[in-house]
Design a protein around this ligand. Structure first.
Ligand SMILES: Cc1cc2nc3c(=O)[nH]c(=O)nc-3n(C[C@H](O)[C@H](O)[C@H](O)COP(=O)(O)OP(=O)(O)OC[C@H]3O[C@@H](n4cnc5c(N)ncnc54)[C@H](O)[C@@H]3O)c2cc1C
Length: 592
């Protein structure tokens, strides 16, 4: 949809125009219709059976998946010529957001449509797709993705499972154990990553019926209890050579590209879950009376509602801005070229830093949301009769799987710095300019006529601060900076807040003139609260980062920069919080 397409990571050094970003206000009628179909499916087919699903009666998940197949919800990413819909990423994210209200079912759905199906779509041969794809996108078969092992989680390439070719060259024999496999208990097709001859990391398509594939017992989990999580044991499992997926020794590409896509979709799903949890908290706060009045009338509760509403607004803005970036980049690829999917995956990989940011920021927002929703429920939030208790337990996994949030934070800044060192992003030159700005007193006049100028100035300043810190880190540790994880984490925290805050502000700028005065006030309030909170997080990370990377005069200078570049005039913050809380309480749902 956009004019200029930003590169991945470029948001840290360049300014975006609000007209160049995709926002939820840009959804087409078709996209809205897809969202509505998904909402109705959850309401009619899943929510009435939630208790059975929670009790691991998997037949409800399997049946639900078939219904999703009938509705076209499993074929969003599959190519049109193979019976799929090949929808844009914004649509897929919107469906993800809506399906997220289905509790454990959503985990099965996400694993099936994401890491379970995408490897086949992107890397399968025509024969493999002919054999399996229709079954998968119709919901006749469920799928799973088996990367993790007992000894290799974050260190995904350290798998021990092994495959050897038979003497007649017709099949491989796989041995090993896969850990924590979503849909393990009922999946029919498994994408399994092993090393051939203990060396060549390779993916295989393995049917449940293949000799030697053993499904382990269900894990007893803290949350998402209705989903299936098992070990998959490969006990001399015989797999025909035709079922090698992609190239031998190139399994890492399949593994990581699939996870990358999982990450941006997860951002959308957790945003949907956060909206749902907020709605529950709002209803309860209106209903529950203490000291003779609804608890929603207390400032302490209103502040929680306001902070969470603003955070979800940022989360949503970020997710769909990323969808737009991905869709714009994908749209530049000629569909007729032979290596279409290679280019397609490269386009997605371009935004790997933003995908990591989406995963971390949005899952952290959900964590904050469910925590506050339990708190709003008081003691009742602690008992399972109330949905808040399940939301709290179910949330926790999102910070662990699809790459833990630590791994994603390390990857985000790590990738951006690597691109800079390769000359793909001019971070070093920009960092030098940032140091110059640090040493030059600023008497810039701000042009009050520019919409959201206070927020935009803060964002620009935080970018300068990121460049100062990252630059100081690179100067001190050079290519060994990756070993100084505490510094990388601090830099990531700043980058994450910048992307989220900027997405929130640009979206507001783009839509504000289309709104009624009342809605405009609410939007301004959300932007103020989100910017204030994000700036506080970034300021704290920057201060910590400064102390960890420097000492002496340079430290003193950088700390003065932290003070100068994290200023945000949030005059009217209390009123903004009250405006947001009042609107959300009245609507009893997320208001944007
Ligand atoms: C319910 C559930 C469903 C899952 N579904 C699937 C699935 O379908 N398919 C699949 O393949 N896997 C799946 N997983 C596995 C999941 O992806 C892993 O649990 C995750 O990648 C983390 O690996 P680990 O549990 O071994 O933790 P570890 O890797 O042992 O990590 C432990 C801690 O150390 C930190 N850490 C590790 N390495 C580093 C490092 N280099 N630097 C800094 N910190 C580090 C981590 O962030 C974490 O805090 C699932 C897990 C669960 C619990």
């Amino acid at each position: 949809m956009a004019g200029k397409i930003m590169k991945g990571g470029e948001f840290l050094i360049a300014e975006s125009d609000c007209q160049d970003i995709f926002t939820p206000e840009d959804f087409t009628d078709e996209q809205r219709a897809m969202a509505e179909t998904t909402e109705q499916f959850v309401e009619n087919e899943i929510l009435p059976h939630l208790d059975e699903i929670e009790a691991q009666k998997f037949e409800y998940i399997v049946e639900g998946m078939k219904k999703c197949g009938e509705l076209g919800l499993l074929m969003m990413d599959a190519p049109e010529e193979e019976g799929g819909l090949e929808l844009d990423k914004a649509s897929a994210m919107l469906v993800g957001e809506k399906i997220a209200t289905s509790g454990s079912f959503s985990v099965a759905f996400a694993a099936h449509t994401g890491i379970g199906t995408l490897p086949l779509i992107y890397y399968g041969t025509p024969v493999q797709k002919e054999k399996y794809l229709d079954k998968i996108i119709s919901g006749e078969w469920c799928s799973a993705y088996c990367l993790t092992e007992p000894g290799s989680g974050s260190d995904a390439l350290g798998v021990q499972s092994n495959a050897t070719l038979s003497e007649d060259g017709k099949y491989y024999t796989l041995n090993g154990t896969k850990q924590f496999i979503t849909n393990g208990g009922f999946a029919d097709l498994f994408t399994i990553f092993v090393k051939i001859d203990k060396q060549h990391f390779t993916a295989f398509l393995v049917e449940k019926s293949f000799d030697g594939l053993v499904v382990g017992p269900e894990e007893k989990k803290m949350g998402i209890k209705g989903s299936s999580t098992t070990q998959i044991i490969l006990d001399n499992c015989k797999v025909p050579v035709e079922n090698v997926l992609g190239e031998i020794g190139k399994g890492h590409k399949i593994a990581f590209n699939s996870l990358n896509i999982g990450r941006f979709k997860l951002g959308a799903m957790v945003t949907g879950a956060a909206k749902m949890a907020l709605g529950e908290g709002l209803s309860y706060a209106n209903e529950r009376k203490q000291f003779g009045r609804a608890i929603a009338s207390f400032g302490a509760i209103q502040e929680k509602i306001a902070d969470v509403t603003a955070a979800i607004y940022a989360s949503e803005s970020l997710v769909y801005r990323l969808a737009g970036l991905l869709d714009d980049k994908i749209a530049t690829i000629d569909k007729g070229v032979d290596d279409y999917y290679e280019q397609y995956l490269k386009a997605i990989e371009e935004y790997a830093p933003e995908c990591g940011i989406s995963k971390v920021f949005c899952s952290d927002v959900l964590a904050k949301t469910v925590d506050e929703v339990v708190q709003i429920h008081g003691g009742y939030g602690f008992v399972s009769e109330y949905a808040a208790e399940r939301y709290y337990r179910d949330e926790r996994i999102n910070r662990l799987f699809e790459g833990t949030n630590e791994i994603n934070r390390l990857l985000t800044t790590g990738m951006i710095l690597k691109r800079s060192m390769k000359g793909e992003l001019p971070l070093q030159a920009e960092s030098m300019k940032a140091f110059e700005a640090l040493m030059t007193p600023s008497f810039d006049e701000v042009d009050e006529s520019i919409p959201f100028i206070a927020e935009k100035t803060t964002i620009a300043n935080l970018k300068t601060l990121f460049l100062i810190l990252a630059g100081a880190g690179v100067q001190k540790y050079m290519d060994k900076l990756a070993n100084e994880q505490e510094i990388l984490m601090a830099a990531s925290d700043i980058a994450i807040q910048i992307f989220a805050m900027e997405s929130a502000v640009l979206r507001a700028e783009k839509m504000i003139d289309t709104l009624s005065p009342v809605k405009q006030e609410q939007l301004r309030a959300a932007v103020k609260v989100a910017t204030f909170n994000a700036t506080e997080v970034a300021a704290s990370a920057a201060k910590k980062g400064a102390y960890m990377v420097e000492e002496g005069d340079t430290l003193t200078m950088i700390l003065s920069g932290v003070r100068r570049f994290t200023k945000y005039d949030a005059t009217g913050l209390l009123q903004a919080k009250r405006t947001l809380a009042a609107a959300a309480s009245e609507a009893e749902k997320y208001i944007f």
